[in-house]
Write a protein that binds this ligand. Sequence first.
Ligand SMILES: Nc1ncnc2c1ncn2[C@@H]1O[C@H](COP(=O)(O)OP(=O)(O)O)[C@@H](O)[C@H]1O
Ligand SMILES: [Mg+2]
Length: 239
Amino acid sequence: MTTQAVPALAAEGVTSGYDEVPIIHDVSIHVDQDEIVTIIGPNGAGKSTLLKALFGFLPPWQGRVLLAGKEVTGLSPERLVRQGIGFVPQTDNVFPSLTIRENLAMGGITRDGGVNERIDWVLELFPVLAERPRERAGRLSGGQRQTLALARALMLEPKVLLLDEPSASLSPKMVETVFANVVEINRRGTAVLMVEQSARQALAISHRGYVLANGENRLEGPARDLLASDDVRRLYLGE
Ligand SMILES: Nc1ncnc2c1ncn2[C@@H]1O[C@H](COP(=O)(O)OP(=O)(O)O)[C@@H](O)[C@H]1O
Ligand SMILES: [Mg+2]
């Protein structure tokens, strides 16, 4: 018998929303430690809301969130970060007036030590940042800025990284770069759960995917099966 791996992160029947209005209903998803998992779905489906509920920005009203098998439902973002979750929001994910190096140092501010060593580690991973450590983040291109946001999240060595539309408003070339970064981060041992509008390209680098519609689980499966499905292509990939 094979041992069933405990998912790096799981939502079990999570319902949440804003004020009194529920947005996601009974949503269940998981990402294993070696996986990249992508959530696709129409605008307004509740994808960002789900990430916020997983990261403690919104309290789950029902259901559970499990991190490496341990229940973390309702914990604050600060506590979740300490337990190994990283989150890169879609916008406002760097400090524009600080340099690349300062942004990375801020990302590592809650570390016990080894900030400079970790900065060296992420700069080695992303040469585009290493070439200009004193450049202010506000002067970077969109792709460089997304790379910095990813790099900053890696400062705390998360076990699981949540990414909200990392490719949004980037040129096709830059989208490729950002997804290549995601693959490399995963290869080095971080589980990745991302939400994407560039659904075809995101699924192409993912192990599994979920379709969320109207705040509910609609479909799930290996990424290649979703990419091959006529329904998914017609309804969610715009083909
Ligand atoms: N801060 C908020 N307050 C109230 N409603 C919100 C808020 N953010 C999003 N919503 C609503 O929640 C629904 C889902 O939004 P969202 O999770 O951003 O969808 P997606 O990321 O899939 O495009 C939308 O109807 C949106 O208007
Ligand atoms: Mg969104």
